[in-house]
Design a protein around this ligand. Structure first.
Ligand code: PAF
Length: 281
């Protein structure tokens, strides 16, 4: 497995692979890899011949009061996991190799970034779109795989790639869950034992809406939000950031929950830890 820190070396290597006829699969991450990330690697492997994983905790997507300083990291462990998954190349640059002094160019996607995580984390998507554009520029034509847990991010990046003619096919990959339903996330590592016990309420809330819909009930968006809020707020140490019912692709707000075209997305603080989850109905 190649390990690269120098952006130019990454570009050269990817170009060489493409010249030799290989399709590149790219999985951008912020490290502290878990089964969710590894499922993206496996998807990239199915779709390509040369799998690149980037590991970079991107400061530009964290607000001043967010968890950049304590974001978990374990590069040796991540490299081991990548090796075991048969990853071909890990790109793990230093901060100044991505944001050299004087850096002042950002990518902003309008519309889709309004509301949901964009409302509670105002600079978040600007940071995500900027770093992902830089990574796409370095890797070049490829298929890039992102987790559906970050649902809004996935839609935003799809739009960005389309709007900017980036030569990248953006693919989503399903959420991977713990046996009790909690969506896998590097931030789960922050949870205390009691918080970890509360955390599956996010998924329980989403499943309850889904089950009521499947049983034939007609549910308005306001009712869906109330159902989820009641379940989440019954658990200790939870504080709802948002619960939103949106069109699954355009992310417009909806009045009614409609099967086939609705996503219910939520962000909840469990203690100090902000967790997100969603379900497409
Ligand atoms: O989803 C993430 O881990 C990050 O937002 C990403 C896409 C790697 C950009 O830093």
């Amino acid at each position: 497995m190649l390990q690269i820190a120098d952006p130019r070396q990454l570009s050269t290597e990817c170009e060489r692979q493409r010249r030799e006829g290989r399709r590149i699969g790219f999985v951008p991450t912020m490290g502290y890899l878990h089964e969710g990330h590894l499922s993206l690697v496996r998807r990239a492997r199915e779709l390509s011949d040369f799998v690149v994983v980037s590991i970079f905790v991107n400061p530009a997507q964290f607000g001043p009061s967010e968890d950049l300083e304590r974001y978990p990291a374990d590069l040796p462990g991540d490299l081991e996991k990548c090796r075991a998954e048969g990853v071909d190349c890990v790109f793990a640059p230093r901060g100044d190799q991505i944001y050299p002094e004087g850096f002042s160019t950002y990518v902003v996607v309008e519309g889709l970034t309004e509301g949901m995580c964009g409302a509670s984390r105002p600079i978040h998507f600007r940071g995500v779109c900027t770093v992902v554009t830089k990574l796409f520029n370095l890797v070049g034509p490829c298929v890039a795989v992102f987790g559906e847990k970050d649902y809004q991010q996935l839609q935003v990046l799809r739009r960005m790639a389309r709007d900017l003619n980036q030569p990248v096919e953006v693919m989503g990959s399903p959420i991977v869950r713990e046996p009790d339903g909690l969506a896998m996330s590097s931030r789960n590592a922050y949870l205390s034992r009691s918080q970890r016990e509360s955390a599956p309420c996010l998924y329980r809330a989403l499943k309850t809406i889904q089950e009521r819909l499947i049983s034939g009930e007609r549910i308005t968006a306001a009712q869906a939000v109330a159902i989820a809020r009641r379940i989440i707020e019954a658990e200790p140490e939870t504080r709802v950031d948002y619960i939103e019912v949106r069109h699954a692709e355009r992310l417009e707000t909806l009045e009614d929950v409609r099967r086939g075209e609705t996503v219910v997305a939520l962000a909840v603080f469990v203690g100090e830890t902000r967790l997100i989850d969603n379900i497409v109905l």
